[in-house]
Design a protein around this ligand. Sequence first.
Ligand code: KIV
Length: 307
Amino acid sequence: MSLTNFPGSANSSPLDPSITKVTIPALAEMKRQGKPISALTAYDYSTARLVDEAGIDLVLVGDSLAMVVMGQENTLAVTVDEMLHHTRAVRRAVRRALVVADMPFGSYHGTVTDGVANAVRFVKEAGAEAVKVEGPRVALVQALTDAEIPVIGHLGLTPQSINRMGGYRVQAKTIDAVQQIRADAKALEEAGAGVLVLEGIPREVAAEITAELTIPTIGIGAGPECDGQILVFHDMVNLSFAPKAKFARRYVDASSLFHTAIEQYREDVEHRAFPSDEESYHLPSAVKKEMQAEPSSVQPIKQLRKA
Ligand code: KIV
């Protein structure tokens, strides 16, 4: 498509030119202007629509879906094909937010070439506008940037490192670890990362990194000085069936709302209170009258089936 024919401005959503699409440069500009960036995870069409329509800036199809959607113990088993499936659903729903796909464990831990090939799948096959990778994978971030794929880095408590970390533990608590994460953050920025997620680190460390970088930081359990915040959707609405982490504020108790609604439905079915007459389809009145006037003209069901 010629650039001059592109609908709306370069920044408008191809699906709706009246909407200004959030892009990586737009997030950088938000940092420059001191405007906080809001981010949430989403894994399916309906929640992604709600998240986008509420004006959230960045939607992450997180590999946390392994736990909150698929009921797995950690994030390690989810595959590229499963992540692609969910990313496609989210992409269909989102008009404004930046759609980021999380690269799952194993999809970028071999060669840089394999990592780039997997990232290309998220862009080509699912419409992702950026990918996220965990850890200080500087060479990969550089290669993805060279391949025109925007990258989001992720440092601190990186859930794909659960076996190495020995559990989900707050990171960067010693002077050495603080120096290391600051150096890793700088190296990711220099390699071309457009945004950096900081998870499970002391507030003071996240504040320091945020001040040192020109790219925006997005925190989760990393205190209020980050340029933006992200939460797992299911934690925010109490649907994750897991102990609440200190930072995971619950904005609604969807679990109890849904529980009450589902129990009410079951009771209505059991008491024949659902569906009502208003919730039923009816015969046209002429046909109904005919059936009432001459019930014998209507063949028994069994005969009708044989005819
Ligand atoms: O998978 C995920 O949901 C994440 C966020 C918590 C940052 O990586």
